[in-house]
Design a protein around this ligand. Structure first.
Ligand code: SAM
Ligand code: GLN
Length: 284
């Protein structure tokens, strides 16, 4: 039988057996998207029959999910800051925690008329840079990444969200491809310590890019470099916002201190209670 009720039931069981912690939700989200409808319609019309062709196509999606592939890669899309971002395996799937970094930036530099020069280092899908370009309509954003594949996705997301005219994209190591100074440096750099990486959930390890995640023995290899080089790349009074991982607050606080030249060093927790954003100002 190919009716929606039966298909959801069957898929939920398959995904549960394969270890998905959110089997029913995944099945609904995938089926709704596959049928180009919403989850409510699945509930309202559980008797709707899929054609054999539709059932086979959806079966392919369900099998991908049962191998652990993240839903966002199957849909080629992830919502971030209430916007739909294209994603593919070249980019990290944007995480909700990263919205905290955006909130902090807008809290300090939310003036929509300010002609800020912003650099987003390790832009990935473009999530941070694109959202800031939208929220700060007079700002210009330089977006950079070491991955050509990521930059292609980021460029398309800038077009999709109407900010490509104020964004520039270039491949390079951290600041290398953009000379000059900036009012804001923002980055969610890789920050998983080398020996923690093998313990990450298989869905992350097997599908998301390793270069987006791994960052040396204590996970602060990129913070170290960005904080040090950032001092030469920030205008006086300019600010830096970095996402951090578990247990990294002390390390990153020390890096800002050692660099000299920064003040107003602050940290912010995410909604799960973890220290997530590190911020500082280059002394005016
Ligand atoms: N900004 C996106 C976000 O918040 O969802 C992606 C962040 S992901 C954790 C880190 C990104 O840094 C990846 O896209 C990766 O390719 C990039 N990256 C890794 N090494 C880099 C380097 N040396 N220079 C610039 N970007 C780098
Ligand atoms: N928050 C991501 C994870 O837990 C890591 C992102 C990063 O390294 N910047 O997988």
């Amino acid at each position: 039988m190919n009716d929606i009720r039966t298909i959801l039931h069957r898929t939920t069981r398959e995904l549960t057996l394969s270890g998905s912690p959110s089997a029913r939700l995944d099945a609904e989200v995938l089926l709704a998207r596959f049928l180009k409808t919403d989850r409510m319609q699945l509930v309202v019309h559980p008797e709707r029959e899929l054609s054999d062709e539709e059932a086979a196509g959806f079966g392919g999606w369900a099998r991908r999910r049962s191998t652990g592939e993240p839903v966002a890669y199957i849909l080629s899309e992830k919502e971030f800051w209430s916007l739909a971002f294209e994603v593919d395996p070249a980019v990290l799937i944007p995480r909700p925690e990263t919205e905290c970094l955006i909130e902090e930036v807008l809290g300090v530099r939310g003036d929509r008329t300010a002609e800020l020069r912003i650099i987003d280092i390790g832009t990935g899908s473009g999530a941070i840079g694109v959202v800031l370009a939208r929220e700060l309509p007079a700002a210009r954003v330089a977006a950079t990444d070491i991955s050509d594949g990521a930059l292609e996705v980021a460029r398309r997301n800038a077009v999709r969200h109407g900010v490509a005219g104020r964004m520039e994209f270039a491949r390079g190591d951290l600041f290398a491809s953009f000379p000059g100074d900036f009012d804001l440096i923002v980055s969610n750099p890789p920050y998983i310590p080398d020996d923690v990486y093998p313990e990450l959930p298989a869905g992350i390890r097997e599908f998301e890019p390793r270069t987006a995640l791994v960052a040396g023995p204590d996970g602060t290899a990129f913070h170290r470099r960005i904080i040090r080089e950032g001092l030469r790349r920030l205008a006086a009074g300019g600010r830096i916002f970095l996402e951090i991982g578990e247990g990294q607050r002390g390390l990153v606080e020390a890096l800002f201190g050692e660099a000299g030249g920064y003040d107003e060093i602050r940290f912010r927790k995410d909604y799960g209670g973890m220290e997530r954003v590190a911020m500082a100002r280059r002394k005016p």
